[in-house]
Design a protein around this ligand. Structure first.
Ligand code: SAH
Ligand code: SF4
Ligand code: F3S
Length: 525
């Protein structure tokens, strides 16, 4: 398929959907009439296909289709008039951004947003499957919503996001939480209007989860969370299949948006006055690999430099695909910030091999050296998993030494959590949980120390802060982030919110800086 054909796109594929019954009294009793086993077997016999992780892995590049024809059917536009929606978001930036898209679709359907569950006509939980505790939180929330649903059977409760892509989760909801009205997957977001209509008027729980999907839907409406910083997807999915990770199954294959679509979106954000964009993808360094022409993240970032927006970030990077051209482009500076989040996961080459990360400790250090040579002031942060199956004390020590050797200024640290369907979940593990917890504690102490140390460098320095709003703790204090992503609190007039201002650091803490406004009158670029 050539670029033009891709760009022209095709009709959005429709899945079979059960007839929409003209019965608005959809309520709990309908579901309760059926036993949960009946429900499950009904779904498995019908057109509904459960999420299938094996199928999710069988993917081919040529399947990618781009659709530019998203539209909300006329009859569904007013369906939400006088009604409210609430979306609770779990997980990563990708989910945050998907929530903005769902909010956009619901707004176009006439709904308005609310923060209050008891006030909402539609409640959606946009879920995360990355670790077991993320899933437990969602199941806890589902439990909390049951009394609300019993009290008000007309409220529509839906589960979406990464957990919906897991077969076991869908089965558990069918079996244990039949009061849920709607389950839809990460590839089905654009179908929200149709799905809501089905949930409203149909008799059964609506389940629509596509397992193997390679489509990109452009022109989706968005209601962004703020007017200062914005997320912009540059690609979807992940093909890396790290042995512990569920994302390649929940988000589908790697597929890049066309450069011109991204550039246009960022230009539009700049024109609207946004001050910062973060380009999003699970592995942004793979950007462009699936395009029919030679184009990568380096080329895209070079285009970003030409756009009149003060700050451009990107996340998340995979060390394996971080090429020299990208380093060269970021090193040019301008609006490209030299803070790079570069997840390493482990400092041991043996553990990295069984994680299928496809680089060694030495490769990673070489890459860090290249980046530092090109950008001497770069700030590096990372993600680390401790207690991977059979990780020895020595292997863990290698993570500790790598943390120091690179000089990470902060890190997200996690205890390994087996995810059903991933290769490592089947492996025996001889490391007791107590030991894993001790390792996490030791690592976190080191992370805190390194962060505090990095913060000290800013004492008495003047930093540029993008002012985001009042601080969470004190409404008289404003807060915002430096170009290195350090949170700064300082007293200043509220009309500076949304501007980039100079602040002198007067005190440093482990995770934040306290400052004093230097120049209120002039906004700095
Ligand atoms: N795409 C990004 C990370 C996405 S998930 C990357 O490859 O770097 C965010 C982080 O969650 C990962 O970096 C990893 O540290 C952690 N993570 C993923 N799966 C996990 C699991 N099964 N148990 C514990 N942590 C996990
Ligand atoms: Fe998961 Fe690895 Fe993909 Fe990151 S690169 S999302 S850790 S499979
Ligand atoms: Fe979670 Fe899905 Fe993001 S599993 S981390 S919400 S891609």
């Amino acid at each position: 398929m050539n670029e033009k054909q891709r760009k022209e796109g095709q009709q959005i594929r429709q899945v079979d959907s059960t007839d929409i019954k003209s019965d608005s009294n959809h309520n709990l009793s309908r579901i309760k009439d059926m036993s949960s086993d009946d429900l499950i077997s009904k779904y498995f016999q019908s057109t509904y296909e459960p999420p299938n992780m094996k199928k999710a892995k069988k993917r081919r590049r040529e399947d990618i289709q781009i659709h530019y024809d998203f539209d909300i059917p006329e009859e569904m536009r007013g369906i939400g008039k006088g009604k409210k929606f609430m979306i609770r978001t779990y997980g990563c930036q990708m989910n945050e951004h998907d929530t903005e898209v769902m909010a956009g679709i619901l707004t176009q359907m006439g709904y308005i947003s609310t923060e209050d569950t008891s006030d909402a006509d539609i409640i959606l939980l946009n879920t995360c499957a990355i670790r077991e505790n993320a899933e437990n939180k969602v199941f806890g929330e589902i439990g909390h919503l049951k009394p609300l649903k019993l009290e008000n059977p007309d409220v529509i409760v839906g589960i979406c996001g990464c957990m919906s892509q897991e077969e076991s989760v869908v089965n558990r909801i069918l079996k244990k939480h039949p009061f849920i009205d709607l389950i839809f997957g990460t590839h089905n977001i654009h179908r929200l209007p149709q799905l809501i209509k089905e949930a409203m008027f149909g008799k059964e729980m609506v389940v629509e989860v596509w397992s193997k999907e390679g489509d990109i839907i452009e022109n989706l409406p968005k209601v962004r969370k703020g007017k200062i910083k914005a997320w912009v997807n540059i690609m979807y999915g992940c093909d890396k299949f790290c042995t512990y990770c569920i994302v390649p199954y929940t988000r589908g294959k790697e597929r890049s948006r066309m450069p011109e679509d991204i550039i246009q979106e960022v230009r539009h954000l700049a024109a609207q006055g946004y001050k910062e964009v973060t380009l999003l993808g699970q592995n942004v360094n793979a950007y462009g690999k699936d395009l029919e022409f030679e184009y990568g993240l380096g080329e895209l970032m070079d285009e970003m430099r030409k756009i009149d927006i003060p700050r451009v970030r990107f996340t998340t990077s995979h060390p394996r695909d971080f090429d020299d051209h990208l380093i060269e482009v970021i090193a040019k500076g301008g609006n490209l910030l030299d803070h790079i989040h570069l997840p390493v996961q482990s400092g041991s080459s043996d553990i990295l091999r069984v994680m299928a990360r496809r680089y060694t400790r030495e490769d990673y250090l070489k890459l860090v050296k290249k980046i530092k040579d090109a950008m001497p002031n770069v700030t590096l942060t990372t993600d680390i998993i401790v207690g991977f199956p059979n990780e020895t004390d020595e292997q863990f020590e290698e993570t500790m030494t790598l943390m120091e050797e690179v000089g990470f200024e902060s890190a997200y640290t996690f205890i390994y959590s087996p995810r059903e369907g991933t290769p490592s979940a089947r492996w025996e593990d001889n490391i007791p949980m107590e030991v894993k917890k001790e390792r996490l504690q030791r690592l976190n102490k080191l992370v805190n120390d390194q962060s505090a140390e990095a913060m000290k460098k800013y004492q008495d320095q003047v930093v540029k802060v993008l002012v985001e709003g009042e601080s969470k703790k004190d409404p008289d204090v404003l807060s915002g982030y430096t170009d290195k992503n350090k949170l700064v609190n300082f007293r200043a007039p509220k009309d500076l919110i949304g501007q980039i201002v100079e602040v002198k650091v007067v005190n440093t803490k482990t995770w934040t800086l306290d400052g004093e406004l230097v120049e209120a009158a002039v906004e700095v670029k």
